[in-house]
Every structure is written in C-alpha cells, then in structure tokens.
Design a protein around this ligand. Structure first.
Ligand code: NAD
Length: 338
C-alpha cells in the first residue's frame, strides 16, 4: 500500500502532536506543514528537516497531497476545511468542526459530493478508557444508568475569541454521544464569565437523553485543580474514568443503594447501602491520537465513514448551539433540532 500523503495546517499547540503521529505512522507520509507564523515553521523545521514548509496553506494544493489536517483556531476551520475539500483533499479537522451547524452541513455536503473523507478530531472516541466504559454500559455491568457526570477543569488556557463551552465541552459531548449511542433531546446550560467580560470561563450543562437519563457536564478554565473525570452511576455499580491517573484510569465501584419493596411502618423503613469491592480493570492503553490518525488513514483507504465523521462533528455543534441559546435565555431547556 502506498502511504497517504498528508499536510498539516496549523502548527501551534496541538498541531505538533498530530504532525508527530502522521510522521510516525507507516501508512502516511508527512509532506508539508503550513502555519501563518514563521516561528512555528522554524519549530517544525528543527523537528522534521525534510518536510516542506509554507506560511500560505494554499501552497499545499500544488504538492500532490491526498489529505490535510486542519489544526488552526476554530473560527478558521470552516474556510480552511472547505477550501481543502474543494481542492479534492480528504480532511481531518480539529474540534469543534465549525462554529455553527450550517457550516458543518456545508462541509459534509461537499465531502459527500466529492467522495472525500471528512473527519473531526474527537480524540476521546479513540481512547481505550472510553471504549472500555462503553462496554460496561452495553454489557449492563453497571445496571441501568441513573446519571452521568463529567468534569473537565483546569486553570487556563484563556481565549478571547472563544469560550469554555466551545473549547472544552466538545470533548465531553463527543464522549457522551459515543458512550450512549443516542442523541440528547434537550440541553440547559449556565455560563459564568469571570475574567473577561462576556467570555464564559465556567459552564454547566445538563443534557436530557432518551429514557430520562441526564448527563451533567462541568467545564472550566478557572479551577485550582486539573480534573478530567467521567462518572457513570448505575443501578448495580458505578464507574469512574479519571484521565489524570497514570495507571488505573477506570475504577468500578460495587456500590449502590437498595430500596425495600415494602415496609411494615415508618420505623422499619430503611435503605440498604451496598459497598463492595473496587476493581481496577487492566486496560491496554494506546495513544488515542495515534489511533485517531491511523483511523483517518484507514477511512480514506477503505472508503469507510470514520467513527468521528463530519456528521458526528455536526451533532456536537448542534448541542453546543442549543447550550449557547440556553445560556443566553437564563438556562431554559432548549430542544435540539435533529
Ligand atoms: N483534540 C484535542 O484534544 C485538542 C487539544 C487542543 C486543541 N485542539 C484543537 O486544535 C486546534 C488548534 O488549537 P491550538 O491550541 O493548537 O491553537 P494555537 O493557537 O496554539 O495554534 C493554531 C496555529 O494555527 C496557525 N494558523 C491560524 N490560522 C492559520 C491559517 N489560515 N493557515 C495556517 N496556519 C494558521 C496559527 O499561527 C497557530 O500557530 C483547535 O481547533 C483546538 O480546538 C484539540
């Protein structure tokens, strides 16, 4: 198999991670890196001396590439990704795919018309811990899910032209959609602008899924502790995925509460708390970004829809739009139009 020729657009904070993976993968060949800033290109040159470098990503169209990775700021995703698709290139675009659903729909349409792969960088959908959590849900090991709670908190990185909802919540929303395999019905959200007027640095979302399942998402750029956690609370067991742990990222708690079927009187009424073993499953961990990059190449070669396809990106954007509307309307429950 000949390697898929890849160019990376945007070599800031995240671009170098994508670049490294496409450089190392045997199924891809890193041909070029584009970044508007010369100093970023100098960093790329030091690391990959043989790779073409340009400050104008349109130069990539003359280099015989098969695919590009768009790792520029979200407000540029639509224009850059559209240009690349129109020039016949497969596109892996970082999250969020676009800043509104109309633009995401247009990208999906162009990719479909041209028979190109459009994928979004929902990295957690390629994370072995998230894959394991999905198995625990599907096998009913946890029983019926009562609720899900996610927390993605840190101090920084503040951005003026975005907010924490569009920056961090795409990760948790993509995790939830992947874990549950269904779309939420509505969302209500609260956003708190603390440091920069009008820019939410803290947000809380509640997403109502079918069968009355609620998922709570807490994202923050303004928290003293770095937290990356997903908690699943089921009728039989509970599971916690803590991405900050280097080992034992998932713990299964055989804990719960049993309500009595009947009582003879108030005095006899009591709940039984069950507190059993805590187990740490052994999960073979592979770098999620490597899995993601490899999946992109496989989707191109096999002409298959990627797991985190353009349509998956669109679903996340629709939820973010509804959450943004909810924040503007003092946390109303906003129905999501699918
Ligand atoms: N999947 C993940 O876990 C993850 C993590 C971090 C960031 N991201 C995403 O990656 C993307 C980039 O984020 P970042 O933190 O690296 O941003 P950044 O600002 O550090 O880097 C962006 C780079 O893009 C360059 N750029 C901007 N417009 C360009 C253009 N038109 N042509 C060429 N270069 C251009 C800038 O000069 C900059 O070097 C964002 O979409 C972000 O949401 C994803």
């Amino acid at each position: 198999m000949t390697a898929i020729k890849v160019g990376v657009i945007g070599y800031g904070y995240w671009g170098p991670n994508l670049t490294r993976n496409f450089y190392e993968l045997p199924t891809s060949e890193l041909v070029a890196v584009a970044d508007q800033k010369e100093e970023q290109l100098k960093r790329a040159k030091a690391r990959y001396p043989g790779v073409e470098l340009t400050t104008d990503y349109r130069e990539l169209f003359k280099m015989g590439l098969d695919a590009v990775v768009v790792s520029t700021p979200p407000k540029t995703h639509f224009a850059v990704a559209k240009d690349c698709l129109l020039h016949g290139l497969h596109v892996l675009v970082e999250k969020p795919i676009t800043l509104n659903s109309r633009d995401a729909e247009e990208l999906i349409q162009i990719a479909s018309d041209k028979g190109l792969t459009l994928m979004v960088g929902h990295t957690f959908e390629y994370n072995s811990a998230v894959l394991a959590m999905k198995k625990y849900i599907e096998s009913k090991e946890l029983g019926d899910l009562y609720y899900i709670d996610t927390a993605r908190l840190n101090l920084g990185l503040f951005q003026r032209d975005s907010n924490v909802l569009w920056d961090l919540a795409p990760h948790d929303i993509s995790i939830l959609l992947y874990l549950l395999g269904e779309d939420p019905i509505s969302v209500s959200a609260q956003g708190i602008p603390c440091v920069i007027p009008g820019v939410y640095d803290v947000a809380y979302l509640s997403l109502i899924f079918p069968h009355n399942l609620t998922a709570y998402v807490h994202v923050s750029w303004l928290d003293p502790c770095k937290v990356r956690r997903v908690t699943l609370v089921g009728s039989r067991k509970m599971a916690v995925y803590n991405d900050m742990e280097s080992e034992g990222k998932i713990k299964i708690y055989d804990k719960g509460v049993v309500t009595p079927d009947y009582t003879n009187g108030f005095g006899e009424f009591q709940y039984n708390y069950r507190s059993g073993d805590i187990t740490i499953p052994n999960i073979r961990y592979a770098e999620p970004l490597l899995q993601e990059c490899s999946h992109f190449i496989e989707s191109i070669v096999n002409h298959t829809e990627p797991r985190s396809s353009g349509r998956a990106g669109l679903r996340v954007v629709k939820i973010l739009e509804a959450a943004q509307r909810s924040i503007a309307k003092s946390s109303t429950h906003e129905l999501i139009q699918w």
